[in-house]
Structures are given as C-alpha cells and as structure tokens.
Design a protein around this ligand. Structure first.
Ligand SMILES: [Zn+2]
Length: 277
C-alpha cells in the first residue's frame, strides 16, 4: 500500500511504532514547486516525521505542525499532518543552498511542534536544532521533554519519502532489561531501500524476525491543503481595515496565494470593503 501509515505494537516488548511510506502524495507536493535538493529532502523528512508523530496521538489533538525557523540558508520549513492524515508542507530559503547538516541549514533557530485543531486547543513543544539530522533532533526532544525513548529513521528523495518510528511505552517494564535496546538497534538496521520498497508487514518481519507484534490496519495518507476562501477572508479581517485599505490603494484589489498548494484567492476592492461593513 503506497501513501500509507501502519502502526504496530510489540506483544512481548514495551514498545510500539509506526511506518510511513509516501510516493504519489510526495510527488504531487513536489510538482507544486521546484525545491533545491537540500530543501526537498528535509521537507520530505519533515512530512514523514509529522505523520509518524501524529500516529502516536489521539485524533482529537487536531493537526500536528512541525515548523523550523532560523537564520541559516533554510529560513523556514513547515510540515503539517491533519487529524485525518492529510499532509501539506512548504519552505522558504535563500539561494544558493547546498546539502548540509540540519543545524547548518537552519543556523541559529528552532523547531516548534504545535498540536491544535478547530477547537483552538494548543500545545507547543520547542525542539532545539543542535543535531545534524531531523531524526536525531526529534529523538533528543522526545527523550528530554517527553521522557519517551524514541528511535526514528527518516528518508526522502525525489520519488519517495519514508520513515520508521519506534517508541518505548511508558509505565510498562520489560522482563528482559535489554529488550528496548535490542529492538531499537534492530530498527536501526532498516536500509533506505527497505524503508521505501518493502510493504509494512514484510519490513517488520525482516527487522524483528523473533518478535510477535500486532500490526494495525493501514491508514491512507494524502496531500491535502486546508486553505479556503473563508480563511483568507478571516486573515484580511485580522489585518484590519486600515492595512487592507493601504493594499487596495496600491493595487486596487487583493490577491493571496497559498504557500502550501499554490491556490490563488483574489478579492476585488468591493469584496474587501464588504468584509468590514
Ligand atoms: Zn492551500
């Protein structure tokens, strides 16, 4: 199954995990914009990470947003997974940008994980970006801030993006004190080719041949943007009448293009003024 998320839990080890594999959804996101290779692979990794982290949450949390920002050549990278597993992402950078460790690409900056939904309930966690890779940064964050031992493998190229998450289940102890160490080392043996190409049940059997586990039904992932004309109207109202009037004086109307999907929303001066009457 392509563009899918498979969650699993070990029967005999206090650990659970998930596998995310993207192909068509990732390619359709890439057709919206030409990303330099350095940005593209990190964006793919970010989307996979957002889906993997979202899989560990209750759906009532709403969307999960990863937002990295800094003073390096990669100025901004956003990856979002909605509560029904729609993915979207975008990035801003300054050219030229070459492949480099994460901390060099972002420079002095940070990654914020935001959980939130229509209810407006929010949770934010700040991930320091001192590591060379996104997976290392997220693993360190999970250990330090959430006290959750986590192992994450992330990979993206032009055709596909994939990842594996392994997390120790808190409040449960293993009879074998080395069990967690053993399964997280095994998880680390997943090759890029296996992550991309092997169906989830086969990948799990290949990585953990001696462990019984429960594999939950796969969930479809897709590219989906949550932008809408109503959201743009709300943004214009939020800007305030004076600011919108300034734009109208300059351009006669407003045109806003969604950074995630490229959809353009145009409003005439009349439509803009009607928002404030
Ligand atoms: Zn959009």
């Amino acid at each position: 199954m392509s563009d899918s998320l498979h969650a699993f839990v070990f029967e005999g080890v206090a650990a659970r995990g998930a596998i995310v594999q993207l192909d068509a959804a990732w390619r359709s996101l890439r057709t919206l914009r030409a990303y330099p290779a350095a940005v593209e692979s990190l964006l793919g990794e970010g989307l996979v990470a957002a889906a993997l982290l979202a899989s560990t949450l209750q759906r009532t949390h709403g969307s999960l947003l990863l937002q990295m920002q800094g003073d390096g050549p990669l100025q901004l990278l956003v990856a979002e997974c909605s509560s029904d597993f729609g993915l979207r992402g975008t990035a801003r950078w300054s050219d030229p940008i070459e492949r480099a460790p994460l901390n060099a690409l972002i420079g002095a900056g940070r990654c914020v994980i935001t959980l939130g939904g229509a209810s407006g309930a929010r949770y934010q966690g700040v991930v320091p970006l001192e590591s060379g890779t996104l997976s290392q940064a997220l693993e360190a964050y999970m250990r330090r801030s959430e006290q959750l031992d986590t192992r994450m493998a992330l990979h993206a190229d032009a055709d596909a993006a994939a990842g594996l998450l392994l997390q120790r289940i808190p409040d449960r102890t293993d009879a074998d004190p080395d069990a967690w160490n053993r399964v997280q080392l095994l998880a680390g043996t997943a090759s890029t080719g296996e992550l991309h190409a092997l169906p989830a049940p086969m990948l799990l059997r290949r990585l953990f041949p001696q462990d019984d586990m429960r594999l939950f039904e796969g969930r479809a992932l897709r590219f989906a943007c949550s932008c809408s004309a109503q959201r743009v109207r709300d943004t214009l109202i939020g800007l305030g009448r004076n600011e919108v009037e300034e734009v109208l004086a300059e351009r006669g109307g407003t045109e806003i293009t969604c950074e995630f999907c490229g959809q353009t929303y145009a409003f005439s001066a009349e439509q803009c003024r009607a928002l404030f009457s």
